[in-house]
Design a protein. Sequence first.
Length: 126
Amino acid sequence: MKPACFLVLLTTAVLAGCASAAGPPVAVAEVAEAEAALRSAEAAGAAERAPELLEDARIALAAARRASGEEARHRLLEARSYASAAEVQARAERLKRDAARLRREADDLERQADEIRDEAGRPPRL
């Protein structure tokens, strides 16, 4: 075999191997799902309440855009998972804050009711 033919066959084999190792391209819908999860986390307030998880989601999404095939799918799954965790943490923090505010309001109303009972001469509620 001539060296030139051998070189052409070797180059073709290497390129074919590289192309098949990447796997099929990632569907646009898969990327859109990860982007939507990121937007949902941002809308829930993750930038303030879960910034580390949100940043991890952004990093994974950026890595997915640079990768292809299974690596890209893995990174997209990672991005969606981080974004979902950030959204859940942000919502939980907001609910805790709201619960604390409602507890304070309920305590204030209870004190006001006790004051009204005292003024009316009735015994306080137990």
